[in-house]
Design a binder for this molecule. Structure first.
Ligand code: NDP
Length: 293
């Protein structure tokens, strides 16, 4: 039986650490504040925003949920972002992705004050990650994957990590994070993507295999070396008429067969997912702390 890496339990540990820090900041009159901006009524985005807001409130963070109509213009959204940049009670700003099509998302991200960019998508923060400058913000999902490995006692330094996927949200920042010098880094990283040839050969060379491709159960036993650690970032809906809601969630990894070979593996749901939101909260607390320095 492999070790199941329980994201929910590790996220709980993160929250209990954060509660202490939040209480201390609040005592000094500096409650960390997060504003999540939602444009339009995409149901999945709405659910994400709701859970971020709920988690903020549960932790005692100041939470401002801005819900804007689907026909909000670029300039209107930019004006809201500028207001939040100037609001001293707000330390973190996040514009929920994907916005409606009239919005230029990259321009919105560039308008966010990098010191409040708790998503870590602003070019200044991407550059800091690439430069190995630890003062910037790192995107939450890669940070969550790294934390899962650290908390599970899995040695990252010197390990061969294969990251499947090269998106700016997960694959690319994750590769940069794990190859960074110092604690939680120093890995030998290979990044593979949809144009990679002989993929199974590459993934079988991994001590730690991280799948972030958005392809349900793509990673099979043949992709995994006996004794490897497998982190599954994927969250995919697949039709399942046997359940009431008509679908179930699966990862990018065929969990049952890969579990038979892996030394440790994350489940979906309950693996990386809970860590992403925990890292958003951690980044917000850090933004608050840094703003008062
Ligand atoms: P993207 O679609 O932006 O990127 C997918 C990446 O996977 C691309 O680099 C693509 O290659 C690569 N890819 C796609 N198909 C294959 C394949 N058959 N073989 C090898 N590489 C492939 O997705 P995201 O990075 O945003 O998300 C990935 C997954 O992670 C999704 O399931 C998403 O839902 C999930 N996710 C989960 C989060 C969480 O909190 N747990 C947070 C964010 C995402 P190419 O570049 O060549 O197109």
């Amino acid at each position: 039986m492999p070790h199941f890496i329980e994201g929910r339990a590790i996220a709980k540990k993160v929250y209990s650490e954060l509660r202490g820090e939040i209480a201390e900041l609040t005592k000094r009159g500096r409650t960390p504040g997060l504003s999540v901006v939602l444009v339009g009524d995409n149901p999945a985005s709405r659910a994400y925003v709701r859970s971020k807001d709920k988690m903020c409130r549960d932790l005692g963070l100041h939470s401002v949920k801005l819900e804007l109509p689907a026909d909000t213009t670029q300039n209107e959204l930019l004006a809201r972002v500028h207001d939040l940049n100037g609001d001293p009670a707000i330390h973190g700003i996040l514009v929920q992705s994907p916005p409606p099509k009239q919005i230029n998302e990259a321009a919105i991200v560039r308008a966010i004050d990098p010191a409040k960019d708790v998503d870590g998508f602003h070019p200044a923060n991407v550059a800091k990650l690439a430069l190995g400058d630890k003062s910037g913000f790192v995107p939450c999902t890669p940070l969550g994957c790294q934390r899962l490995l650290i908390e599970s006692g899995i040695e990252i330094a010197g390990a061969h990590v294969v990251v499947l996927g090269r998106s700016m949200i997960v694959g690319k920042p994750l590769a940069l994070l794990l190859m960074r010098k110092g604690r939680g880094g120093d890995a030998t990283v290979t990044v593979a993507h949809s144009r990679s040839q002989r993929l199974a050969e590459i993934t079988r060379a991994a001590d730690i295999l991280i799948a972030a491709i958005g392809q349900p159960e793509f990673v099979r036993a043949e992709h995994v070396r006996e004794g490897a650690v497998v982190i599954d970032v994927g969250i995919n809906r697949v039709d399942d008429p046997s359940v009431e809601r008509g679908y179930r969630l699966v990862g990018d990894v065929a969990f049952a067969e890969v579990s038979e070979k892996a030394a440790a593996i994350t489940p979906v749901p309950g693996g990386v997912g809970p860590m992403t939101i925990a890292m958003l909260m951690a980044n917000t607390v850090r933004a608050c702390r840094q703003s008062s320095q």
